[in-house]
Design a protein around this ligand. Structure first.
Ligand SMILES: Cc1ncc(COP(=O)(O)O)c(C=O)c1O
Length: 427
């Protein structure tokens, strides 16, 4: 039954049976969690060979003793591996600690106070009202980096091929204090979409339209996290930027958090050699060098693009059935009833669901009261403010299939219950 075609009597009956089902869920004492965008233990097991892989050989290919201090920009073999992962050159890459988020925070903070190219270029010297564009829905931790550093976030809409570039271009042209934009270009968090070639090409031109010292924060966290064989490829923004002469205008980030170990992976950053020189100099004030032992272990374990692809196929074999469980239940229970929309992702870590306007908070609340934890409504928007109150991010990688099935049964019940009640209240 489609919500819009239900009579008052049908709505009343519907509400009653959904309420009964909901009460049964409440009484079942469930304790389920769909919030955690982290790998499951079986995924982590895929990389256990990292432990001991060096077999007491601590020399890098260039003869560096990786146990010692130094090598602020990373090992050559790690740079080569990560360059192949994001389609750029090894000399564009610096390899840091275990967290790309930490590199993003560092890059924003150093642009703000130390300057992207010397202290005269510090954003904070130009104004204390620096702004970033935030394509929404997006990744909450990107937004909190800016919130923490006093940078104002301006939401722009996402389309199914990336941020709405008309809006983006218009905004940066109109306001030179917009100094950055957050992008998750392949299997975006949370919608799973991949930026089209046209969007990437227009992004590469942005630094020519924006104010001085503008940077694109290209968080390619899910560059190799494919779930479907026919997943779209992402154009190389570095190639496009080089064609436009804007290679100083982009910072690319990535890590192996969801390739090997989320808490003990390797993170990296890529940009023009001039930017990498400036960033490694800034970095050298806070560390004498990163964990090169872990870099060497990763370079040996993941080896090259081909073996990385095979490794990611093993991840997909584990998590695709979990995604399919979520999608099957959404399709079975919520398709064609006018209560929710979602996109089937071809990679990444999330499924993004939009409820009817005004119901995301209510659905999250209902689920919580029935023992199913969801990411807080609004988390995918700056300041936690989803103006439509409709986006909910589901993360199916960590729970097992049975837990997902149970959690999704509650979720679809709560979406229906909230939608029917809303409809009743407007009749
Ligand atoms: C888009 C995106 N970027 C970055 C991260 C965190 O990366 P890292 O573990 O390298 O800090 C996540 C984790 O969920 C993410 O979704």
């Amino acid at each position: 039954l489609h919500l819009d075609h239900a009579t008052l009597e049908q709505l009343r009956e519907w509400e009653q049976s959904l309420s009964e089902q909901y009460t049964a869920f409440q009484q079942a004492g469930l304790n389920l969690d769909l919030t955690r965008g982290k790998p499951g233990p079986d995924q982590l097991d895929l990389s256990n060979a990292l432990d001991g892989i060096l077999q007491n050989n601590y020399k890098s290919s260039a003869g560096v003793d990786v146990r010692n201090y130094g090598g602020i920009d990373g090992l050559a073999e790690a740079k080569a591996l990560f360059a192949s992962m994001i389609n750029t050159k090894a000399e564009d890459v610096m390899v840091g600690g275990n967290s790309s988020l930490a590199l993003m925070f560092f890059a924003v903070q150093s642009a703000l106070y130390q300057g992207v190219n010397g202290s005269d270029t510090a954003w904070s010297k130009e104004s204390n009202n620096i702004k970033f564009l935030a394509p929404v829905p997006g990744y909450d931790r990107h937004f909190s980096v800016c919130e923490q550093l006093g940078i104002q976030l301006i939401p722009v809409s996402m389309t199914d091929s990336g941020p709405d570039m008309d809006q983006v271009e218009e905004r940066v042209k109109a306001d030179p204090l917009i100094k950055g934009i957050w992008c998750v270009p392949r299997f975006s968090n949370p919608t799973g979409i991949v930026y089209s070639d046209d969007v990437v090409a227009r992004m590469a031109k942005l630094p020519t339209l924006a104010g001085e010292n503008f940077r694109i924060f290209w968080d390619n966290a899910y560059s190799v996290h494919v779930l479907e064989d026919n997943a779209p490829e992402l154009a190389s923004i570095m190639d496009d930027c080089r064609n436009e002469g804007t290679e100083d205008g982009v910072y690319i980030f990535g890590s192996t958090s969801k390739v090997t170990f989320a808490g003990a992976g390797v993170a990296f950053m890529a940009s023009s050699p001039a930017n990498i020189a400036s960033l490694t100099k800034q970095m050298s004030f806070s560390t004498i060098g990163p964990d090169k032992i872990n870099q060497l272990r990763h370079a040996i374990f993941l080896k090259d693009r081909e073996s990385l692809k095979n490794h990611m196929a093993q991840h997909a074999a584990i998590i695709k059935p979990r995604f399919d469980t979520v999608l099957d239940l959404l399709n079975k229970e919520l398709l064609d009833c006018g209560m929710a929309t979602w996109v089937k992702p071809k990679g990444g870590y999330f499924i993004s669901v939009d409820t009817l306007p005004g119901l995301a908070r209510e659905v999250v609340k209902l689920c919580a009261a029935a023992g199913v934890k969801l990411t807080p409504a609004g988390a995918t928007f700056p300041y936690g403010n989803d103006p439509d109150d409709s986006n909910i991010r589901l993360a199916p990688t960590f729970p097992n299939i049975e837990e997902i099935r149970e959690a999704m049964a509650v979720f679809v019940n709560c979406v229906k219950l909230a939608s029917v009640r809303q409809k009743q209240s407007t009749q």
